[in-house]
Design a protein. Sequence first.
Length: 214
Amino acid sequence: MVVIAPSVLAENEEEYQAQMQRIAPFAERVHIDVSDGEFTPHATAPLHQVWWPETMKADIHMMVRRPEEHIEWLLKLRPNLVIFHAEADGDVLSALRTLRAEGIRAGVALQRRTVPSSVEELIKESDHVMIFSGKLGEFGGEVNYMQLEKIRLIQKINGHAEIGWDGGINLQNIYNLVHGGVQVAVVGKIIHSSEDPDETYQRLILEAARRSSI
């Protein structure tokens, strides 16, 4: 069954708290975006301001240039999952291995231009691979269904990796994404722009679980 993971993307501590409180009543798993302002155009609230309710599992999406610089804080936070970008300049492989050795699940995000075969070693070391179809450091993005082909290629490299998708998910396309192999659907704009985020979340679950398009 697909997991719907609302995201938190906040520029400061106050905005972070407001977004987290908005999804806390219903979300079971949260996707927390952390940007350093180098790998991305804008910085977000830093890791030392990151928290989540005990009722949630937390995935931390690290949009950072040098993953190894953030390991110490990630080990203190002990989230469910940490996702680094395969395109980062630092030692992504070492960062993945360090977290996994400490019992924290770790994985990589692939931007549109990144072909799975070009980062095969990282995928082999990952518990999760996220297809990133969004805008770095921003809510939104567009779903490009051609990116679904990456799922087959990822699974050939690592058949045990959980498959995520971040960017542009809405009620009109989540069915196709899930039936294309997406297991974790990261949703941001559709939740945070909704007048009733809980209702929108429930509708996404129902649409993702729909058995037929007829």
